[in-house]
Design a binder for this molecule. Structure first.
Ligand SMILES: [Zn+2]
Length: 229
């Protein structure tokens, strides 16, 4: 299986902004973790970007069209008034029922990690049920655009920072489950009779310091997670 992963916006296109926080950076952090998780499961990935660069929507979908991917996943964050919160997934306006099931699987996995609200599966373009987002309209593979929480909501941002690795795993789990590909957990069981070497980069008494280290690692593309002992 091969998956197209699109980190929304980039470069001069910041996407939604909340203070110094920009959607383009949030989507890139998530995209790298999603890529790492897919590859761990033996799934090939095609990334529209792996750094802070601008690409037009056509650049992105042209890459998808050439890549022969089996799934197309575009990652975004929502923005509205400060009290709006939660996660929603957009599909093509004419997406078949099977694609709705795919989106529901991903939402179910995200909900298991913990999101402020499941806003459900939506079709078309906001305010126009017969129009589509380019990432759904101009891609060849079954596609979805995930709006992973509101950048305008403090609680969603806290969740995003604390649970980003788990969100990435949830997206990959949902996709693997829909395609019948075996999902491999990052810290899965030690294969019988085998030694497992873990890499630790810090130990902190203050959780915020641990989260800061986790975020730095995630920004570099490492699927870092926090354990407590
Ligand atoms: Zn966006």
């Amino acid at each position: 299986m091969k998956v197209w992963i699109d980190a929304g916006h980039g470069g001069s296109a910041s996407g939604a902004v909340n203070g110094s926080r920009m959607e383009k950076n949030d989507t890139l952090r998530l995209a790298k973790l999603v890529q790492a998780a897919f590859e761990r499961c033996g799934v090939q990935t095609v990334m529209t970007r792996t750094s802070d660069v601008y690409l037009s929507l056509a650049d992105r979908t042209n890459l998808e069209n050439r890549s022969g991917c089996d799934l197309a996943v575009s990652l975004h964050r929502n923005s509205a008034s400060a009290d709006a919160c939660g996660v929603e997934i957009w599909l093509h306006h004419a997406a078949p029922e099977a694609y709705v099931q795919w989106a529901q699987l991903v939402l179910k996995e995200l909900q298991a990690v913990g999101i402020s609200k499941n806003r459900g599966v939506k079709k078309g373009y906001i305010g126009d049920a017969n129009a589509d987002y380019a990432v759904n309209r101009d891609t060849k593979a079954p596609s979805m655009m995930i709006e992973l929480g509101f950048i305008s909501n403090a609680g969603d941002n806290r969740d995003y920072d604390a649970k980003l690795t788990q969100y990435a795993e949830a997206i990959v789990k949902g996709c693997c489950s829909w395609k019948g590909v075996a999902y491999q957990a990052p810290n899965g069981e030690t294969p019988q009779g085998k030694t497992l070497y873990r890499v630790q980069v810090g130990a902190f008494q203050n959780r915020e310091n641990a989260q800061r280290m986790q975020q730095q690692l995630q920004e570099k593309g490492y699927p870092a997670f926090i354990t407590q002992s």
